[in-house]
Design a protein around this ligand. Structure first.
Ligand SMILES: [Zn+2]
Length: 331
């Protein structure tokens, strides 16, 4: 099939015909333009950038999504891909910066609605509207928070993290790796019972007071059964209103100010919480070819999406996680 993807996560170097991957220059000597170009389709990206680059302003929103939209419309009309993946980030960014239900987030939802309309229009212009299935989905929701939990501050105080003269970590026995709403605690030496005991005692102590921001602690093995990293010593879940940072300086708990969020030092909403958190679901809409109308899916999992899309494309993923959402299909 002819395929296209715009800023779709984890697509660097993928076998996609027209690929503008979501990949960031994350080393000081890397530059965003060559990183994007050589991990995707260079000619396609140069073409889109020369036509619509004027819309973009680095990675800032909503300009980035407007650039992606213009590239999407052009790709639909000129390439007519058989599978196209488009990742818009406007809503996610606004929620991080301004909060889940902020006016800025509401405005982003309206912009997404407008973008969706433009995509439908483009398929009509390309003459493929009747043959297209449209799916709108999220890979996560977000929750408001106003306090940052910095466990590494306590690890440093107990000598488990050592820093050099410039204040950078140069040795560690235990380290808290943040996933925002949750976090891992790694212990560098599997046989270091003393460090493990220190960490266990500290976490037990922190769990006693909700104001310490930790709601739940599970073992690496328990994390593994949930699909998370089993090589961690512990996995932590933040209490509502809190999230984790890896910072090693300042107080253990820090309040987030509006200025912190705008300057991107901290956020006012984030994700990475346990899927078991209340009211933390994302969305899934489907319409068009092969989709029955007026059906509500009461509950599903992200892993059901792959097998369902494969079925819509006339493919079969074989023995894989998830189930085909038979109830919504009319094929
Ligand atoms: Zn996000």
């Amino acid at each position: 099939m002819k395929t296209a993807a715009l800023l779709w996560p984890v697509t660097a170097k993928a076998a996609i015909d027209y690929n503008m991957p979501e990949i960031f220059a994350n080393r000081p000597w890397h530059h965003q333009i060559p990183i994007s170009l050589f991990n995707g389709s260079p000619r396609y990206q140069l073409e889109m950038n020369s036509k619509f680059g004027h819309i973009r302003n680095g990675l800032s929103q909503p300009a980035l999504d407007d650039f992606v939209l213009a590239s999407t419309e052009e790709t639909i009309k000129t390439k007519k891909p058989e599978l196209m993946l488009i990742h818009f980030v406007d809503l996610d960014s606004q929620r991080h910066m301004h909060g889940f239900s902020s006016k800025e987030a509401q405005d982003a939802l309206h912009r997404h609605d407008h973008r969706l309309g433009k995509i439908l229009e483009a398929t009509k212009e390309a003459g493929i509207y009747e043959n297209t299935t449209f799916v709108l989905l999220g890979d996560h929701s977000a929750l408001d928070e106003s306090k940052v939990v910095k466990l590494n501050v306590l690890f440093k105080e107990r000598g488990l993290i050592k820093v050099n003269g410039a204040g950078k970590v140069n040795d560690w026995k235990a380290y808290c790796k943040s996933c925002d709403g949750s976090a891992y605690v790694y212990v560098s030496d599997e046989n270091d019972i003393e460090t493990k005991n220190t960490v266990t005692e500290l976490l037990a102590q922190l769990l006693q007071e909700r104001s310490n921001g930790i709601e739940k602690v599970i073992t690496g093995q328990e994390a593994n059964t949930m699909g998370a990293d089993g090589s961690a010593f512990r996995m932590l879940e933040a209490a509502r209103g809190f999230y984790f940072s890896e910072a090693i300086d300042g107080e253990y708990i820090e309040e987030v100010s509006e200025q912190d969020a705008i300057s991107k030092r901290y956020t006012l909403a984030c994700h990475g919480y346990s899927p078991e958190k209340d009211g933390y679901h994302t969305v899934f809409f489907a319409a068009g070819k092969g989709i029955r109308t007026g059906i509500s899916v009461r509950s599903m999992h992200l892993v059901d999406e792959g097998p369902t899309f494969a079925r819509l494309l006339g493919l079969d993923l074989g023995d894989t996680d998830g189930r085909v959402l038979e109830g919504i299909l009319d094929i």
